[in-house]
Design a protein around this ligand. Sequence first.
Ligand code: PLP
Length: 443
Amino acid sequence: MSDTHPSNDPAGTRDDIEAVDAAVASEEDSPNIDAPAIDPPETDPVPAPFEVKFASRVDRLPPYMFGRINSSLYQKRRAGDDVIDLGMGNPSDAPEPAVVEKLQAASSDPNNHGYSKSNGIANLRREVASKYYRKYGVNLDPDHEIISCLGSKEGFSHMCLALMGPGDTAIIPSPYFPVHMYGVILASGNVVSLDVADPDKFLRNVAYTCENLTPVPKLLIVNYPHNPSSAVIELDFFVEVVRLAKKYGFLVIHDFAYADVAFDGYVPPSFLAAPGAKDVGVEFTTMSKGYNMAGWRVGFCAGNADMVRGLGTIKGYYDYGMFQAIQIAAIVALRETEAAVEKQSLVYQGRRDVLVNGLRRLGWKVDPPKAGMFLWAEVPEPWKSRMSTMDFALKLLEEGNVAVSPGTGFGAAGEGFLRMSLVENEHRLRQAVRQISKCLAEK
Ligand SMILES: Cc1ncc(COP(=O)(O)O)c(C=O)c1O
């Protein structure tokens, strides 16, 4: 027996063993066909050029909108230019030392190196439940209403796969964080996107769409604090979402990625705090943003037990869960570092003020966001009328050494806007404003 046989593999699961047993059984059952020998040809025919054909779902994906910006940024950095990068929302500050120390200790324990549970270890799910109770007064059953994900994006996309199929429609915000659109598209669903700027209008449009679309949408995807626009809402918004969901029979996913990054005393509400929310939907949270753990890939899905189970079914086929040492360190982060998370929000708030004030001094129209990691800034005139948002973003990069995300990376509704992320420190943000000012002065 070879070393790689699953039954010799200490991490081999019951599923692996059953799959091998089934394969052996089907070999025994298969008819013994007496196929005639085939004479090999004297010379092989000239092969046609080998072509890899992707599945049609891949053809439904558009070219990556940030490709031009990223390749120019890469070339500039290789040439030695000091580019101030306000493009991606990739936190640049370190996680708390106690969390990193726990990761180091837990990774020294040989017991933590096998496959983990694909829905997350029980103590981690319990810790998520206690955070929900502490912060939002929401009661969750950690065994049936919470599942861990390899970052919330993984959980979100697999939830789309669990819920959506051909002929199903999801309503999403516009402009949109790309996976809100393409998670549905990759699951073969259709999308209706509704303007997110005014929450009341958004809800009216949800009701209008449900009244006029046949079949009615199966899923509503919402995301507050919103990326990229920084739009925020109060709890009454979710109360109305639950009412509409029950009236029209759609499911709800709330992407709550920026739950922990808020300013000036604003506390972003949890969808699950709306009465009846668990009847109709789930909420995704993450440790990427508030805890500075983006590369660790720790996220959670909580709420409706059937939806959580559906996600668990898909994940059971696709992954073996998160490295256990990471899960153990994540417990420490959730349990012990709340004060650091609040402090990190103050850091983003300070950066927000520096960037907003600087851009306003240049005459830009920009509202200070109440939460999230981004400024959603209108491209100023005369540039807005003179060139596309993509060309303006490339100009800032090529002539000003400041990288930003053109709003069109978040759909056509983003034309005329830039998303600027607050991941550089205040000194670098002041420098960015000076470089933007200089680059726009040189007509
Ligand atoms: C709205 C939104 N959802 C989800 C994510 C992904 O988070 P995670 O790192 O947990 O996958 C991001 C990250 O940029 C985001 O902005």
